[in-house]
Design a protein around this ligand. Structure first.
Ligand SMILES: Cc1ncc(COP(=O)(O)O)c(C=O)c1O
Length: 384
């Protein structure tokens, strides 16, 4: 029997490959985007409390009302916007699922979706699994800004959606208000939806602010904004996120969601709802900025080239052009095996596997982990 693939990505994702290699060679894993430090004990206690108090059966399809209201209040506080928790927020099993569900809500076979590359690796398979066509547009090097002429040229009568990611994985670049305005100019008067992947929204550094699509009224009316609790509360393994969209889009989204997962684990939702409502979470960006600064200061003593410190996210992308002319996939494997540090090659984020001799480090790690990793990397020397 033959099972034809529903998408073009073959084999396992690069994150699984590099994490497995890290384990095999006992390397420090700065590849996959997850913290190696514990979550806040208060959040763990709330999870325990939820299970003991009997929050163990199916939650409502759209999510626990208290969690949706806590999220709405939190977004109002942070972005100064009004959000209707009943009609505009759906709790999902993670942001990856929310992205897939949003695509499935809007796409028909033959539709085109514009993605900006390098791009998070689930976008292309998710689009293709819906029978739609991926239209990749490369971000400009070395600052990974958007070339708006290229985006405008990529739009056709078949364009159904554009997916945006800010703060950006893998480059750490962030969007400014002008970027949203430029996008609005392109989609105005066209039936084009926006998927705005904002999973790193609270991880923005150097006093800069996250510009959410929710703060752009014109675009908000056609957008699905996707978020992940895992990335902001250090519990990626809980796989809980949410989608914010206008009432009509939320109704259509739930129409799909109710037949894929229907609901999301209840004790986790209970814990998050109380954690957010109690305002228990310590400010995140300060802690993460400290990690980024510390990592970059250490990294400056190695031969890697840092074009620009990450403005947001968990990630720093660097060039190894001074060290080797190996293709990035080969270099990342070699670094893991010979130097004991696992990273992600940036070509994995391009549909055409564009290779600019760049790798991505995840700095959402304990200080000891980062120090030991850079100690190992400082044995590298300039060879070119
Ligand atoms: C850009 C981006 N979107 C979405 C996700 C996935 O979020 P979740 O773990 O909530 O599915 C990730 C995880 O690495 C990511 O980097």
């Amino acid at each position: 029997m033959h099972l034809p693939s529903k998408h073009s990505a073959t084999g396992t994702t690069i994150f699984t490959v590099m994490s497995a290699l890290a384990q095999q060679y006992n390397a420090i894993n700065l590849s996959q985007g997850f913290p190696d430090y514990p979550l806040d004990e208060k959040l763990a206690d709330l999870l325990h409390e939820a299970a003991l108090k009997g929050f163990n059966q199916y939650a409502p399809m759209a999510g626990l009302p208290l969690l949706r209201q806590s999220v709405a209040d939190d977004l109002t506080k942070r972005y100064g916007i009004a959000i209707n928790a009943d009609e505009e927020i759906t709790i999902t099993p993670g942001a990856t699922y929310a992205i897939y569900t949003a695509f499935t809500t809007i796409l028909q076979p033959g539709d085109e979706v514009i993605i900006l590359e390098p791009a998070y690796d689930s976008y292309i398979p998710n689009i293709e699994m819906n029978g739609a066509i991926v239209i990749p547009v490369a971000l400009s090097s070395p600052d990974f800004s958007v070339d708006w002429n290229k985006v405008r040229d990529a739009v056709t009568a078949k364009t159904k959606a554009i997916i945006i990611n800010t703060p950006h994985n893998p480059t750490g670049a962030i969007w400014q208000q002008e970027d949203w305005d430029a996008l609005a100019d392109i989609v105005r008067d066209k039936d084009i939806y926006i998927l705005s992947d904002e999973v790193y929204e609270q991880l923005v550094y150097d006093g800069q602010k996250h510009c959410s699509v929710l703060n752009h009224p014109e675009l908000r009316s056609r957008s699905f904004a996707l978020f992940s609790f895992g990335k902001v509360f250090h519990n990626t393994g809980w796989k809980i996120g949410y989608c914010v969209a206008p009432p009509a889009l939320t109704a259509a989204f739930r129409c799909i969601h109710q037949f894929i997962s229907f609901t999301v684990n209840t004790p986790g939702q209970y814990a998050l709802a109380h954690y957010i409502a109690n305002n228990d979470a310590p400010p995140l960006h300060q802690m993460m900025q400290h990690k980024r600064d510390m990592f970059l200061n250490l990294l400056r003593d190695t031969p890697f080239t840092i074009f620009k410190p990450a403005s947001g996210s968990y990630f720093q992308t660097v060039s190894y052009g001074n060290i080797s002319d190996m293709p990035d996939m080969e270099f990342a494997q070699w670094l893991t095996k010979e130097y004991g540090v696992a990273t992600i090659p940036i070509s994995a984020f391009y549909s055409n596997k564009k290779d600019d001799r760049l790798i991505r480090f995840c700095f959402a790690k304990k200080e000891d982990t980062l120090t030991e990793a850079v100690k190992r990397l400082s044995r590298l020397s300039v060879t070119r």
